[in-house]
Design a protein around this ligand. Structure first.
Ligand code: SD4
Length: 339
């Protein structure tokens, strides 16, 4: 079992805090680090998970330039990924659950008013991010799940859509015949999108079909506020992708934002959250979790376990796929120690 030594963890945090002091010392200092600091005139800024987030960000930027609405930008960007049938982990074409039914999770969060809308295990609706937004704007609730979420969507005018594509159905059938009926744990790639405008306002959203061949009714971290996504308009935002169970159990996105509140820059906050979780969890670093984060000033960062992961940064000047910081197995102490 890989565990982090408590003293080592505290030392790591102090290193992170030192980096932050440099960052807080001035924007030029930050620009010289690897923290991808963004100039203040380069807004809006979009940060999303995985390389497919580039199309998401590009659409979000176009929408923002037309509407000046961060929520419109987040919704329209995520809809691009949801509509991509070749993407096996989001929206139509997503991997189904163990019964061969595609169940989707999504949420959206509005920084300035701290409003949230979320849907979980919704079936037969192609754009759960848009349903989540309706939950936020048209109901007094935060989250709708399962049949209730679908009924609400149909009442709001969304069309019933078959989300299971031929390819995914064939794969599911051969999975069913296979001896190994374990859920397809590596078949998961949420789109999570964080957005910041020139006023310092923040919004975010995420959408996923979740863990492939999951138990029917399983809900991941993506629609759970503080788990898969968290936005605090005073501080910044963070989102998680990967094995949702390992984010939900720690309110991981909330944790990243709270680390930023306490002074860490976004990348250090992502690293600190991973190390914090690994320091107490029996899984150690075998967590399969990946974070993106941005702060109110346009600093952004990412980190994941193992090989890390790709994420995308987009501004009006540039849209680029970056490789996150990777927290490798053993890099935070494999000898055990205090938990
Ligand atoms: C889930 N976190 O349902 C999502 C899936 C994901 O990269 O993000 N995969 O657990």
């Amino acid at each position: 079992m890989i565990q982090i030594n408590r003293k080592e963890f505290l030392t790591n945090l102090m290193v992170g805090a030192a980096t932050t002091t440099t960052l807080l010392g001035g924007r030029m200092a930050a620009a010289e680090t690897e923290n991808h600091n963004i100039q203040t005139n380069n807004y809006p800024l979009f940060v999303s998970t995985w390389a497919f987030g580039k199309a998401t960000n590009d659409e979000a930027l176009k929408t923002y330039q037309r509407t000046e609405s961060l929520l419109d930008a987040v919704e329209s960007g995520i809809r691009v990924t949801e509509a991509d049938v070749s993407n096996a982990s989001v929206g139509i074409g997503g991997i189904p659950n163990a019964d061969g039914i595609v169940q989707l999770d999504a949420c959206i969060m509005d920084g300035p008013d701290h409003r949230v809308g979320s849907v979980a295990a919704i079936e037969g609706i192609a754009h759960p991010i848009s349903v989540a937004r309706k939950v936020m704007e048209k109901t007094p609730h935060v989250m709708l799940a399962g049949e209730g979420a679908q009924k609400f969507a149909l009442d709001q005018g969304f069309q019933h859509t078959n989300l299971l594509t031929k390819n995914r159905e064939e794969e599911w059938k051969s999975w069913q015949k296979g001896k190994d009926k374990e859920a397809h744990s590596d078949a998961h790639d949420t789109i999570t999108l964080l957005a910041l405008d020139q006023h310092g306002d923040i919004a975010g959203g995420c959408s996923t079909s979740g863990w492939g061949y999951k138990l029917p009714g399983r809900v991941g971290d993506s629609p759970i506020i503080g788990g898969g996504l968290y936005v605090d308009n005073q501080v910044g935002a963070a989102g998680c992708t990967g094995k949702g169970e390992n984010c939900m159990r720690y309110c991981a996105s909330f944790m990243v934002v709270e680390f930023m509140r306490s002074g860490l820059d976004p990348q250090s906050a992502c690293i600190a959250a991973i190390k914090r979780i690994a320091s107490t969890d029996p899984l150690g670093l075998n967590l399969e979790i990946y974070f993106i984060a941005l702060d109110k000033h346009g600093n952004h960062g990412a980190a994941g376990v193992g090989k890390g992961f790709q994420y995308v940064i987009t501004t009006p000047e540039n849209s680029q796929v970056l490789q996150s910081e990777a927290i490798g197995e053993g890099s935070v102490g494999a000898e055990g120690g205090n938990r």
